[in-house]
Design a protein around this ligand. Structure first.
Ligand code: GUN
Length: 310
């Protein structure tokens, strides 16, 4: 973490992500089996194509067995479910990610629930959601974005000499992918957690209570400087594309007005370069973990009934 132009420390998600990827690649190299990640892309959503390409690249850089299944937008729900079932049964695949959003007409809940929980490296299956919600984090696959945000919170808290335990944490946004699992992770570290959302009364006042403020609403620069408690740790999960300075150009901004926040916060994740790079790194960490757990199950089965496993 380095001092920024304003008062706040800028939390460097690129460096943190590179450190996670280096550790994952090192551990993967020491395994007997190559961790295998299958990414399924249905349709031609341009943003999804970019994300999926980055996931494949990261998997290769970690030395994983990486496969991508590109399906046309006309793929039926039944076909997609059959592919997931085949990947569930494939011993070379330890992690399965079905890129969202899925084409219209496909029930994404049904598809995600077909993924074997132990291969659910997105952490979206109800079994993993339940394990996280009941505090059994050691057994859960934790969704990648909140898991990455949590690593950055721990790193920033260390740098600022702060405790997460007992801190007031406010999460703005109640999505299943970020807001809710983020709340569970902060709760597991004994923070006092509030989830705020579009119906929250006096949202700026609630946000100002936060020692740790997590913005995950998907509204460009919604959180202003005067919503932030002086010295707070601010985690901006938003990635919003807005018109740029020149006609026809765009730029990325977060859910927090960065320049204003820099003058008030104790530490903040920038956009781009904050939480974003952590998501893919945590996907690789989850895939490595899935591969290790599969190897341990295989070893247990071999001990329990020698000769039954090849
Ligand atoms: N689409 C945008 N983000 C994600 C993600 O984290 N996982 C999946 N499966 N799809 C996404």
């Amino acid at each position: 973490m380095k001092p920024s132009a304003g008062k706040a420390l800028l939390i460097d998600g690129k460096a943190a992500s590179a450190a996670v990827l280096e550790r994952v690649a090192g551990e993967a190299a020491g395994l007997k089996v190559k961790p295998g990640l299958a990414v399924v892309l249905a349709g031609e959503d341009p943003a999804s194509q970019v994300y999926v390409k980055s996931k494949g690249k990261a998997a290769h850089s970690c030395g994983f067995h990486s496969v991508q299944h590109d399906l046309p937008a006309t793929t039926s729900e039944a076909e997609l479910i059959r592919l997931v079932q085949a990947l569930n049964a494939d011993p070379a695949i330890h992690g399965i990610l079905v890129q969202l959003p899925l084409p219209a007409g496909i029930d994404s809940t049904k598809v995600l629930e077909t993924i074997a929980p132990e291969k659910d490296v997105d952490g979206f299956h109800p079994v993993n959601v339940g394990l996280l919600a009941t505090g059994m984090i050691e057994r859960a696959m934790v969704p990648c974005t909140p898991a990455g945000a949590m690593l950055l919170i721990e790193e920033a808290a260390r740098a600022l000499g702060r405790e997460i335990s007992g801190a007031e944490a406010v999460i703005v946004g109640r999505s299943n992918i970020v807001g809710k699992p983020m709340a569970q992770l902060l709760l597991s570290k004994n923070a006092t957690v509030t989830i705020a959302h579009s119906r929250t009364r006096d949202l700026p006042a609630v946000a100002r209570r936060a020692d740790i403020l997590v913005a995950a609403v998907g509204r460009p620069e919604m959180i202003r400087g005067d919503w932030i408690k002086p010295g707070a740790l601010v985690i901006d999960v938003g990635i919003n594309r807005v018109p740029g300075a020149e006609p026809g150009k765009t730029r990325l901004v977060g859910d927090v007005a960065l320049e204003e926040a820099l003058a008030v916060a104790g530490a903040i994740t920038p956009v781009p370069g904050g939480v974003g790079p952590m998501t893919i790194a945590m996907l690789m960490a989850n895939t490595l973990r899935a591969a290790k757990l599969a190897a341990a199950r295989f070893a247990c089965a071999a001990v329990a009934s020698p000769g039954s496993v090849e």
